[in-house]
Design a protein around this ligand. Structure first.
Ligand SMILES: *[C@@H]1O[C@H](CO)[C@@H](O)[C@H](O)[C@H]1NC(C)=O
Ligand SMILES: *[C@@H]1O[C@H](CO)[C@@H](O)[C@H](O)[C@H]1NC(C)=O
Length: 425
């Protein structure tokens, strides 16, 4: 009896406890944890508002509208348009133009430095920004892997912490799995640059002089640049001893100091072991020159750093992947199209030395040697037909092509002459 009684009391007690806990639980579920919910819904107090939000790399839903003069529009997605804009490049690739953009927009008659970087070049890139103090359009390639978020954070820190970045730099992101598609990246940097002229520069070069200032002393050259007839060369140099050329702080800023270093055999033309790369600039002439002069001995491996007009100049061909041929191909096509190379007499750039991965370079160069060989033949015939159809074959505009293609392509003049007489019949 006693046992039964106590069982029923325990049972009652347990039941009541269960009831109370359940009611409390239900109450708390609907009206409870006021603090937690409150925190989530309350707007962040001003002191907690971040200075900015890091832009997203997610696919945006932008559309490009094609309007007619009746005001009707046809929309095409941005990514679809890019897939054709850069159609020779490897797909898929995620392009984010103006991921960061300078304010205000640059003056159209200025010269944009168009260049390419990867995350390991941030330091030297920042040096360029601090030094140039003019518009810069940079294609930043980021590998599509686990490091991405980290790189974007570092980029954000760099951009937000330097007022010169906000004033002068447009950053275009390229996120994909493909390394070293340099000509795609070059075209992106150029395409989205916002001035009429650009300097195609490799990021490791230090701009030792104020070439924009110098150009003002050569109005005749500026006029030719406006007409799209010239590419203006900034001669490139490097320190012979790797370690002496790492720090731009010690680089000369005027030609006389540079020439002294050359005489002392401390500095030489860039890549003196590969003279065809820059030899056409004729360095022996440059040391004496005080007026701009034309390049007379063009070589298809010539790859100087040039200022050109943005509109109307051939683009860099995107078929090259990896080292070798890519930059030379850009300059070859520009040259064939009838643009002459002029070298500035007082301005120069110097390579900021660093270590290279030579093995990748050697193998890729071998591939691209063949690609470039084919490319040159193709370009020669394409421009020949272009000039012929536009009745420009007999004009000075075709001189570069005639000269260069008869060196590059066997029987070029014979074949083109035969073609002309056949089509004239
Ligand atoms: C280019 O330069 C190299 C080295 O100076 C030379 O051997 C070669 O013949 C040149 N090629 C052309 C097409 O001028
Ligand atoms: C380079 O310039 C020097 C000095 O002006 C001249 O003698 C030489 O012929 C030029 N060489 C070439 C390849 O243009």
């Amino acid at each position: 009896m006693r046992v039964d009684f106590s069982y029923s009391r325990i049972f009652k007690f347990l039941f009541l406890t269960y009831l109370v806990i359940s009611i409390l639980y239900i109450f708390l579920f609907f009206y409870g944890s006021p603090h937690k919910t409150h925190d989530k819904l309350t707007p962040v107090t001003p002191s907690k508002v971040p200075q900015h939000t890091q832009p997203s790399v997610e696919d945006n839903k932008n559309e490009i509208l094609w309007a007619n003069n009746q005001g009707s529009t046809v929309p095409l997605s941005e990514s679809y348009v890019y897939s054709k804009l850069f159609s020779e490049t490897m797909q898929p690739t995620n392009l984010k133009p103006y991921y960061y953009r300078m304010e205000p927009a640059p003056s159209p008659d200025d010269i944009t430095v168009a260049t390419l970087i990867t995350a390991d070049r941030f330091q030297v890139f920042e040096k360029l920004v601090n030094n140039y103090k003019g518009p810069i359009s940079v294609a930043l390639h980021i590998s599509d892997d686990h490091n991405q978020a980290n790189i974007l954070r570092r980029l954000d820190n760099m951009y937000q912490s330097n007022p010169l970045m906000k004033k002068y730099v447009d950053i275009h992101l390229i996120i994909d799995k493909f390394e070293r598609q340099f000509n795609y990246w070059r075209n992106v940097a150029r395409f989205f640059s916002r001035t009429d002229y650009f300097l195609l520069l490799d990021i490791d070069f230090y701009l030792c002089t104020d070439f924009r200032q110098s150009l003002q002393n050569h109005p005749e050259l500026m006029n030719r640049l406006k007409d799209g007839n010239v590419a203006i060369v900034l001669p490139a140099f490097e320190y012979d001893v790797l370690n002496e050329g790492r720090d731009a702080k010690v680089f000369p800023r005027v030609k006389s100091d540079l020439v002294k270093l050359v005489d002392d055999k401390k500095v030489s033309m860039f890549h003196k072991g590969w003279t065809r790369g820059h030899g056409s600039s004729n360095y022996t002439h440059w040391y004496q020159a005080d007026t701009p002069y034309t390049v007379t001995e063009y070589n298809f491996s010539y790859e100087p750093y040039v200022i050109v007009k943005k509109d109307g100049i051939p683009w860099c061909n995107e078929r090259f992947i990896g080292y070798g041929g890519n930059k030379a191909a850009c300059l070859f096509e520009i040259y064939l199209s009838g643009v002459d190379y002029w070298v500035l007499p007082q301005d120069f750039i110097i390579h900021q030395n660093h270590d290279y991965l030579e093995d990748t370079r050697r193998i890729e160069r071998n591939f691209n040697k063949k690609v470039y060989q084919n490319f040159r033949e193709e370009a020669c015939f394409r421009y020949f037909r272009n000039f012929l159809s536009r009745n420009e074959w007999g004009t000075p505009k075709a001189d570069n092509l005639k000269k260069e293609c008869s060196k590059s392509v066997p029987n070029f003049l014979k074949d083109t002459t035969a073609y002309q007489s056949e089509t004239l019949q």
